[in-house]
Ligand binder design. Structure first.
Ligand SMILES: [Zn+2]
Length: 489
């Protein structure tokens, strides 16, 4: 039992005695944790199922036939674990790629070089562009300011990171660099990746999730170096970009499995992660390791017949990569039918790996809870360091819940640099997955999930509208939310 959440010391002795008597049958948290631990270590299936899904389905792009197959796969797997499963469909406008080419050479010459390239999401549906390249360095405001007289009507070439590394400079997201390019009048933008070995990266180039007016593409680190070398020899170098993309209504389905609470069934803990991926590889890391960990947490609860007090919803979100489409659709529905208040906690797993703690995401009142439950997890396995962050951020499926005042958390872990180099890239494949780390995500998160679902009291409550605004301001998120068009105050 958790002393924080089951404290009754101030009550009269008689009442304490009666409460204790009432709890005789309740399983002790540590005993449940030990069972979860053994089940996952002995029979965890996250690694095998992720291997099967990535090799039989491939990528899991929302709105594509692959995406539909992935939804069905998750649905059937959850059903095979004995859970009550349903599809929750939604229809949205979503971007997807068709074709793109990039060639570079001196203006008006036949000496053209074809450069391997991918389109960044929310680029125009059709674009044919020819123009001189202007090197805008790291693509920060100061970089664009330095070339403001040349970049207008031309094609900006920028690094995705800060090169060479400089801790004094704060990097911007690729979408923010694109927004600057648009503001400075560029007709297109070529973003140079920072990972070695010809890795290409995708993701959105739009800060709002709406289509942008100029084509945005990504090239490899090596191609960027070749172009810059060539620019030194030739006075000017021109690029030709031709692309076509789709932006159309798609139908997709979130998958929701429910485990009904034994005592407080109306209150629920929602544990979710995005099942969808980009289409350049199989998204084994982003977000195979998060979503398949959740599927195996669901299996573990099913096999062990765990019956915590609150209802648990295991949710596979689609559409995260194109702009949190699935979680936002679900939240709109929860707000509309006035059941958002029933969500007592949202646990998000997005590329969660090998957790060492749980991020309280700015809810100070939860820090003791995570620390005390964490101590019990650590007692089961000292590999869990119980180091709990307390800082919130944006850009994954917890965002919409946080904006509704729902407390959110996520396991905090880490991925090695070579794995992170494949983020959104054509190398995000199953060979990057570490089975031991994946099982750690499953067992430690299952333990924390149980503790939340079975707690007598959860210290954090849903914030009302003004308190949510104050919370977001205090967390320093107002500016970023305004840029993304998500600030409603
Ligand atoms: Zn992700």
């Amino acid at each position: 039992m958790n002393p924080i959440i089951r404290r009754a010391g101030f009550l009269g002795l008689a009442l304490v005695a009666s409460l204790l008597a009432f709890r005789v049958d309740e399983p002790d948290l540590s005993a449940v944790f030990a069972r979860i631990n053994e089940e996952v270590l002995q029979r965890g299936r996250a690694y095998q199922t992720l291997n099967e899904a990535t090799s039989t389905i491939g990528h899991r792009l929302t709105g594509s036939p692959n995406g539909t197959r992935a939804e069905q796969y998750a649905h059937d797997l959850l059903r095979s674990y004995g859970l009550d499963v349903k599809f929750v469909p939604f229809e949205v406008e979503a971007w997807s790629r068709d074709t793109v080419t990039l060639s570079v050479g001196p203006p008006k010459s036949d000496n053209l070089r074809v450069i391997p390239v991918v389109s960044l999401a929310h680029s125009p549906v059709k674009a044919t562009l020819q123009g001189d390249i202007v090197d805008a360095g790291n693509g920060l405001e100061s970089d664009f300011e330095a070339v403001k007289d040349q970049v207008k009507g031309r094609i900006a070439l920028v690094n995705i990171g800060i090169s060479p590394p400089n801790p004094a400079l704060k990097n911007l997201h690729r979408s923010e660099k694109t927004a600057l390019a648009i503001r400075y009048g560029a007709a297109g933008i070529i973003i140079v990746n920072q990972v070695k070995n010809n890795v290409l990266l995708t993701g959105t180039a739009s800060v709002t999730g709406k289509l942008i007016p100029i084509p945005a593409v990504c090239i490899s680190l090596e191609s960027g170096a070749i172009i810059r070398e060539w620019m030194k020899e030739e006075k000017t170098l021109a690029a030709r970009i031709e692309m076509s993309n789709f932006s159309r209504k798609i139908r997709a389905r979130n998958v929701v499995a429910t485990l009904r609470g034994s005592d407080l069934p109306k209150e629920k803990i929602l544990i979710g992660g995005h099942l969808d991926s980009w289409d350049l590889a199989t998204g084994a890391i982003d977000n195979g390791i998060g979503s398949f960990a959740i599927l195996d947490i669901a299996r573990t609860f099913g096999v062990l017949q765990l019956k915590p007090r609150r209802t648990i919803e295991f949710v596979m979100f689609m559409g995260e990569e194109q702009g949190l489409l699935g979680s936002e659709a679900l939240i709109r529905q929860l707000v509309k039918d006035k059941s958002i208040g029933r969500v007592r906690y949202m646990v998000n797993l997005d590329m969660a790996n090998n957790p060492v703690g749980f991020n309280a995401c700015g809810r100070e009142e939860m820090v003791p809870f995570f620390r005390e439950v964490g101590e019990k997890i650590k007692a089961v396995d000292p590999a869990f360091a119980n180091v709990n962050a307390n800082r919130s951020g944006l850009h994954s499926d917890h965002q919409g819940f946080m904006l509704e005042g729902v407390p959110v958390t996520m396991p905090s872990g880490s991925l090695s640099a070579d794995v992170l180099g494949c983020y959104h890239a054509d190398c995000d494949r199953f060979n990057l997955v570490n089975q031991e780390h994946l099982n750690n995500t499953v067992r430690f998160t299952a333990m924390m999930l149980y503790a939340l679902a079975d707690a007598d009291q959860i210290p954090a409550r849903k914030l009302d509208n003004p308190a949510t605004r104050d919370f977001l301001v205090k967390q320093g998120l107002q500016n970023e939310l305004e840029i993304g068009g998500d600030w409603r105050w």
